[in-house]
Design a binder for this molecule. Sequence first.
Ligand code: NOJ
Length: 754
Amino acid sequence: MIDMRIFQRILVFSPAILLIVAAPGFSQPAQTKPARAEAHPLDAGMQAKIEALLARMTLEEKLGQLNQPSGSGRNELKEEHKALARKGLVGSFLNVVGAERTRQAQEMAVKESRLGIPMLFGLDVIHGFRTTFPIPLAAASTWDADAVKRAARIAAVEATAAGINWTFAPMVDIARDPRWGRIAEGAGEDPYLGAIMAAAQVRGFQGKDLSANEALLACAKHFAAYGGAEAGRDYNTVDVSERTLREIYLPPFKAAVEAGVGSLMSSFNEIGGVPSTASRWLMTDVLRQEWNSDGFVVSDWTAIAELQPHGVAASRAEAGMLALQAGVDMDMVSGIYLNDLAAMVREKKLSEETVNQAVRRVLLAKFKLGLFDNPYRHADPAREQAVFLQKQYVDFAREFAQKAVILLKNENNLLPLNKNVKTLAVLGPLADDKASPLGPWHCEGRPENVVTVLQGLRNKVSPQTKILYAKGCAIDSDSTAGFAEAKRLAQQADVVILVVGENEHMSGEAASRSTLDLPGVQEQFVRAIHETGKPIVMVLLNGRPLVLSWATEHVPAIVETWFLGIQHGNAVADVLFGDANPSGKLPVTFPRSVGQAPIYYNYKNTGRPVTEYKFTSKYLDVPNTPLYPFGYGLSYTTFAYSNLRLSADKIKMNDSLRVSAEVKNAGKVKGDEVVQLYIQDEVASVTRPVKELKAFRRITLNAGETKTVEFVLQPEQLAFYNLAMKRVVEPGMFKIFVGTNSAEVSEARFEVVE
Ligand code: NOJ
């Protein structure tokens, strides 16, 4: 049970995230604590305006502001929804899209309802609106916060032109279990990387001024610990300690709040017996009191009604009261706030002030977005036509996608391929699939705009190169009928590009899997092609880590491409032919077998860390180590690390420490490296992970070039939650690790003294 008293304690330090400052003289800009998004100029008068409006509202109109029905995209609204909007009983719609459609709907609320309060239009703009970018897991693989922010900005420009002023993104759930399909939607397993990506997206979506026409209100979801679903099964029970919650699951949310996120979404799951949607501790104590967020909270889809099957509410009204009293301000789709809560207020079971508080937060968002000045600012058909898929967006989509590609294996430098290669066999069910590269939640992204791997290769090679293509098998069937033809083509080729993996429906919501193998007969297919003895480059499309043990042993080159959006094929071809040097790094651990899940690099040592001795923490049939560790990714060049130096071998608890290392591009081509810094607190009053990522930096090095990378570790980065859940730095020995991934590091030690 969570002890409520401990949350009143004041934190000794501000959060672990975003506090690294680059030392003077270092080329990278300092990462300082972000300022909140600039307030709208109306800010001073906003509170008064909200109170004045609130005073004029009937109870029903107030509950209407908390009501969010779902529309039908660009299609006509249902009559019942029109009627509600005209009565001022819709605070926001989700899934009403398009400048025309949202303008029509907005007019109903603004011109026809009694108080004319404008509505919000929310949509899942997750990785692009019309220009589809890499899925979030792939975006995190770039370890490039600026690029991630830019993609979010472009998504905001396109979405706001189509009448959308609120996105249900970023999805910031930490995921340690690859069976969970929604791992595709987040930044992976690490709270620090997750926090950086969360803040970058919030800033990208919202921009500097929320009242600008191109500002999209962001929504950090799913609050909280949704990714901790038992057995990786979507919507399943979560039971985590407060420590793990605070150390692992909450940091990206806190970072989003610090970046000024305008809203959050409550998650479907329970945590230790309390569904998040009914958790006053999460929605009020942590979010509002501890973190000082003024954003409003929307429930997830029917999550308020789901408090009944969770077994904490006996009726719809009870479910609604629990959620509202917890601090969930808006009801997505259940219709409970609107239909069931007025009676509760009249019967004095629910205080009207609780309703008012939620309404204030929703109105505040509308004021900040400037909707009271111009409710149609996001509904401009001319802008809508003009902005979609602009050349600079598509070019950026390609560049961003290149950075997300992760080279997992490259035996004997099979890659990059020579542009004069005579015959390429491009095989596999995903080679020419136009839908899958869009990935889950692709919004208005369209297959017709997707460049497949086959097309990308065709665009790339010289006219002398012959490309042979066969599908070989389906993504998910048991037919091997196509194997023979594919083998025949492979036999004629100099190199085989084998494009296999998952389709876009196999990850994302309600897409958990109990195995992590290539679906259907694809692994058999890979083995069949391998029998030809031809050199194989395996190109993977997938939304989660897969088990690649056989391929890792037998296939010479393996390239992880996730779902890269509309420029998928061009970006992959750029990498395969060396026009782009791969620089992506895994934001998640790849297991050797599904039985290792959940698996993550920042595990605890246990009292019996693995040794040869039988009675230690391990499996009989598989090592504890992953197949590919967190932070891993190869390049066409090699980077040599040397001279790991610390500015002191002893520091005081309030001191910072400078850590530097030399990184040399020891190969023949220019490349980007993501230099990673981890720490371990060796002995503390509570157990600490074997490694924790605390900083990273992406650098570009010409062939032969050396750079000194310097990090400044602040006390906060050495701090953790002690037994009283207070953030402290404790004296004692620490390890510092700097390297190219979480497993290959150089190591140094220092001591913190009182
Ligand atoms: C349910 C999903 O869990 C959530 O992420 C999404 O934003 C809503 N549906 C709305 O589509």
